[in-house]
Design a protein around this ligand. Structure first.
Ligand code: OSB
Ligand code: MG
Length: 377
């Protein structure tokens, strides 16, 4: 049955942007750096029919991608939000085409589109999951584990997540913290569903080291090489038995099609922010489903807003691998929604209420806000 992903236009009256700084429960270390506070932009679309909420998932510095919070703030405030407000009445599916002339800035575009989607669906009393074509009411929950002080600390941390019920472990790796870390987790926990994420820390010259990971029967290795290294990823994929999954490289439906055509990936991590929005994410899902390529839902340490949206996306039929859709308390003591996502039997529930199906905790939102702007029509 084809999904009619259409929603009626909303009339935008104002767009509110906020920078939030939310403390993390523990530092999160990847090959590109350590975060202790999540700096993120929250978008509120004010419409004649009520508010909608979105999240711009940039980080403080351009380390994961070229986007970063102050840059996203600038382009959202001066260029993108004014373009949306000028449009007046706009349907969710018109947001991306309207913003397409502005090159790049996909996370900023995605956050604005999500706020419009939420407002439009709330106005119609429809849930985001039903709108996207979700086929599950809950999704299996994987967890992304940062690089720890040493192998013993890693085993300790992973053990805690397994005890909590997470059904798949992903560990971050970098040169010098790859084979040993992976071996330690395998030795401690046996044949658990395990994958690794390099966040672009290697080059093709490291192929022999990466091939040593083959003996651990990993689900996949995520983004070993640079964002624009599609040809090198294809060469690496031929040299490894471990499936290569792309994250950073997949910036659009076109990039996904190119990666598949080149043999640069046999699995794709779909993140709505990275590709410019949830509607583009669904197009990539559809492409991969047609091609028989498994996909899973990545994460960007989302607040309860983006986390609700990710759970809905991950409930589409082609998401056949557990995603980085963990419970709110994996990252936060306090979230900005009234009912933060929880882990139940290794799964998280897809919200079913109107729009994203979550309500904002306005006290928490205020408490974490460090900058605010309101743009009016
Ligand atoms: O590479 O998947 C990544 C977080 C920030 C930036 C990039 C990545 C990540 C994660 C965390 O791995 C995923 C999550 O939100 O749980
Ligand atoms: Mg990744």
């Amino acid at each position: 049955m084809p999904i009619a992903r259409a929603a009626a236009p909303v009339t935008l009256e104002a767009i509110e942007l906020r920078v939030l700084q939310i403390p993390l429960v523990a530092p999160f270390t990847t090959s590109f750096g350590t975060e202790t506070v999540r700096e993120v932009i929250i978008v509120r679309a004010r419409t004649a029919a009520g508010d909608g909420w979105g999240e711009i998932v940039t980080q403080h510095a351009p380390l994961y991608s070229s986007e970063y919070t102050q840059g996203a703030w600038d382009v959202a405030e001066r260029i993108l939000a004014p373009a949306l407000l000028d449009a007046g009445s706009i349907a969710p599916a018109q947001v991306a085409p309207l913003l397409a002339p502005f090159v790049g800035h996909r996370m900023a575009k995605a956050g604005l589109e999500l706020a419009v989607l939420d407002a439009a669906l709330r106005a119609e009393g429809r849930g985001f999951g039903a709108y996207l074509g979700a086929v599950h009411d809950r999704v299996p929950s994987g967890v992304s584990v940062g690089i720890q002080r040493d192998e013993a600390a890693l085993v300790d941390t992973v053990g805690g997540y397994l005890d909590a019920g997470y059904v798949r472990i992903k560990i971050k790796i970098k040169p010098g913290r790859d084979i040993g870390d992976t071996a330690a987790v395998r030795a401690a926990f046996g044949a658990i569903p395990l994958q690794v994420d390099a966040n672009s820390a290697y080059t093709l010259a490291d192929a022999d080291t990466l091939a040593e990971l083959d003996r651990f029967d990993l689900l996949l290795i995520e983004q070993p090489l640079q964002e624009d290294d599609l040809v090198d990823h294809a060469a690496l994929a031929r040299a490894l038995r471990t499936p290569v999954c792309l994250d950073e490289s997949i910036t659009s439906h076109k990039a996904a099609a190119d990666a598949l055509a080149l043999g640069a990936a046999s699995v794709i991590n779909i993140k709505a922010g990275r590709v410019g929005g949830y509607l583009e994410a669904v197009r990539i899902h559809d492409l991969c489903a047609q091609a028989g390529v498994p996909v899973w839902c990545g994460g960007m340490l989302e607040t309860g807003i983006g986390r609700a949206a990710n759970a809905a996306l991950a409930a589409l039929p082609g998401f056949t691998l557990p995603g980085d859709v963990s419970a709110s308390d994996r990252f936060y003591h306090r979230d900005i929604v009234t009912e933060p996502m929880v882990l139940e039997d290794g799964h998280v529930r897809v919200p079913t209420g109107p729009g994203l199906g979550v309500e904002i905790d306005h006290d928490a939102l205020e408490a974490f806000t460090v900058a605010r702007a309101e743009l009016r029509r």
